[in-house]
Write a protein that binds this ligand. Sequence first.
Ligand SMILES: Nc1ncnc2c1ncn2[C@@H]1O[C@H](COP(=O)(O)OP(=O)(O)OP(=O)(O)O)[C@@H](O)[C@H]1O
Ligand SMILES: [Mg+2]
Length: 184
Amino acid sequence: MALKREAPGRYASFGAADTERLGELVAPSLADGDVLVLTGGLGVGKTHFTKGVARALGDAHPVTSPTFALMAVHDGGRIPLFHFDLYRLEHAYELEDTGIYDVLGYEGACLLEWGEQFQDELTDEYLGVVISRVADAPDERRIALEPHGARAEELARQIDEAVERALGAAADSSTAGADGPKGA
Ligand SMILES: Nc1ncnc2c1ncn2[C@@H]1O[C@H](COP(=O)(O)OP(=O)(O)OP(=O)(O)O)[C@@H](O)[C@H]1O
Ligand SMILES: [Mg+2]
């Protein structure tokens, strides 16, 4: 199975490659100042999603989990991508040291893992990307776009259109083959 659009802003992923693909489809809509808050539990796929975004922005450097660095900058693409992982941050006052206030909402696109725990200290204008697991299906995820604020709503609309276009085209080309769609 491959990435599926179940409803506007609601997608089904059947493996890490699908989640990366969604990130790739998100990237063209991103503009300077956009903030994505990626949520879900440990190992749900936030970093894989980010990999797809970085790749499609055109940054060739590998995305790893910036758990120790807290922030990784990918500035080799169309716009800079600031990837934060705030999992290890214990106190809101430590946010200052991560450099997040220098860029959040201004420069490049910011993707935050574990940002929801500091929601009050961060921005209230962001696009939530909520990834959840599916019972008894270890490689499946449901991914929902949850916009907060007018720009995030516009962004969610653009992303959904891009996904619809891309997946529509994929479905058309696969039905042309005799065997139908295969694998991811
Ligand atoms: N549909 C899926 N989408 C994303 N990852 C998947 C999926 N199915 C299985 N996986 C696996 O789940 C793991 C997700 O890892 P990833 O580092 O992206 O998660 P994370 O949410 O960033 O975790 P953490 O909270 O530790 O930062 C990988 O091992 C990946 O192979
Ligand atoms: Mg991660």
